[in-house]
Design a protein around this ligand. Structure first.
Ligand SMILES: Cc1cc2nc3c(=O)[nH]c(=O)nc-3n(C[C@H](O)[C@H](O)[C@H](O)COP(=O)(O)OP(=O)(O)OC[C@H]3O[C@@H](n4cnc5c(N)ncnc54)[C@H](O)[C@@H]3O)c2cc1C
Length: 420
């Protein structure tokens, strides 16, 4: 016997979680099934809506006013600017005080670990004192054993792009030694627990070492490693000890702000009454009369059937596992939905590593209700897609990743819920 729900969402990234919350909020009995950790663990934790319009390398002040200029196949063109606002409102409710940026429709400018400035719509509270619109002088502090954040270089880059304040970079030693391959989560745990070291505790000694290099800057930025489960306590203690504002600079994978965001969204989904089943993939489906009847999960070699009236496909792009390719073909991985792509594999990539690679926009095509189509033909009446499994946009170039997932997640989830 299949397990039955009103709405079944496949995929536990930001698109699947926002779909599931939106569906549950309509009163539908909603289940989310997900396989592995989502792309949020690699992403920065910043929520971009639209940082750059096509063919324009000037950062957008207002992400919404460029939506009308996007091509018809772009997911924002399918759902419209109001759906983007609704998706962001769902996000704001879900994460509450953990994030900033909802006071304004304009993009904020956040310094990155590479020393560039990124336009983004929502940013973690821990990054807020680092905004580039703030003109207080800034000290960036790198940790010598943590790769991926060279503070003096990031400071030089920020100065070179003309930020309205003085910025310096210093590198200090972390109070505790870890094996060379330890990632930032190990450092964060030591700060969470405030582990003992020779001269005190890690928080005390780290603050002492930073104090020794602090001049008259009024804010200090660290790579995003200041604690995991107790990160606000860690940051507050460093602020109190240093007597200046302390902020985190988003860093590359594994990204603690991204992992914290994933946890917050799971909590919100549970609060909304979503039933969550994780750890195993959906591998197959049965359909009849143009409707998905059930999907099949592979649990340790045996198939478990899940049935619902409406389905949302939120399995991500090539990174998340929603789109797969071999040497000849690209397709969606559960339903075998077609993915438009050049026949010649050499056209999937640009010769210039920084160029426009066709593969970045690979994904399923959808109609205005986000139902996957082949040409114009809707594939399954009761299946909607959300997030990076949808094609037609390049999140990395235009800076729109989480924004597209939230807008399409909101639309797919609420429409699916309302139809039950
Ligand atoms: C390095 C990097 C940095 C980024 N930085 C930013 C940024 O700064 N700002 C921003 O807005 N965006 C950023 N993005 C983009 C953003 O993270 C993604 O666009 C977004 O997270 C995609 O969300 P999603 O829910 O569509 O997919 P995913 O997060 O990929 O989630 C898909 C989920 O589906 C599950 N799944 C897949 N197949 C199955 C199956 N068969 N059965 C069950 N479950 C399945 C996966 O395990 C996964 O949990 C970044 C991305 C990367 C890679």
């Amino acid at each position: 016997m299949a397990i039955e729900d009103d709405v079944l969402v496949i995929g536990g990234g930001i698109a699947g979680l926002s779909s599931a919350i939106a569906a549950a909020e309509t009163g539908a009995r909603t289940r989310l099934i997900t396989h592995k950790q989502s792309t949020l663990g690699n992403a920065s934790g910043l929520v971009d809506v639209l940082g750059y319009a096509p063919d324009d390398d000037t950062p957008r002040a207002d992400p919404y006013d460029a939506i009308a200029q996007l091509p018809a196949e772009h997911p924002y063109s399918k759902v419209g600017a109001d759906a983007v606002r609704e998706g962001l409102a769902l996000f704001d409710d879900a994460v509450g005080d953990r994030y900033r940026g909802s006071h304004s429709a304009a993009n904020a400018l956040v310094p990155t670990h590479a020393g560039s400035v990124k336009p983004t719509a929502r940013y973690p509270r821990s990054t807020a004192p680092g905004l580039v619109s703030d003109d207080r002088d800034m000290l960036l502090v790198g940790i010598d054993s943590v790769t991926g954040f060279d503070a003096p270089m990031a400071a030089d880059h920020l100065s070179a792009v003309g930020v309205p304040f003085d910025v310096r970079g210093e590198t200090v030693r972390f109070p505790k030694s870890f094996p060379q391959d330890a990632d930032v989560t190990r450092y964060a745990r030591a700060l969470d627990r405030d582990e003992s070291v020779d001269d005190g505790t890690v928080r005390e000694v780290l603050a002492d070492r930073v104090e020794a290099v602090l001049e008259d800057e009024r804010r200090v930025g660290f790579p995003a490693m200041l604690g995991d489960s107790r990160h606000e306590a860690v940051r507050t203690e460093l602020q109190d000890r240093l007597g200046v504002d302390v902020f985190e600079v988003p860093t590359g994978p594994p990204s603690l702000p991204g992992l914290r965001l994933e946890d917050a969204l799971y909590d919100a989904a549970e609060d909304a009454g979503v039933r969550i089943t994780s750890g195993n993939p959906i591998v197959d489906f049965d359909a009849d009369g143009g409707r998905v009847q059930q999907v099949l999960m592979d649990r340790l070699g045996s198939e478990v059937a899940y049935e619902a009236q409406q389905y949302v496909l939120a399995t991500g792009g090539p990174v998340g596992g929603g789109i797969e390719s071999d040497r000849d073909v690209v397709e969606e991985s559960i339903f075998g939905l077609p993915v438009e792509h050049p026949e010649d594999r050499y056209e999937w990539f640009d010769d210039d590593v920084w160029g426009d690679h066709a593969y970045t926009e690979f994904g399923v095509s959808v109609d205005d209700d986000l139902r996957p189509v082949a040409g114009e033909e809707v594939q399954f009446e009761n299946l909607r897609a959300a997030g990076n499994v949808i094609g037609g946009y390049d999140f990395a170039t235009e800076k729109s990743g989480c924004g597209v997932s939230l807008a399409t997640g909101y639309v797919a989830g609420s429409e699916a819920g309302e139809l039950t």
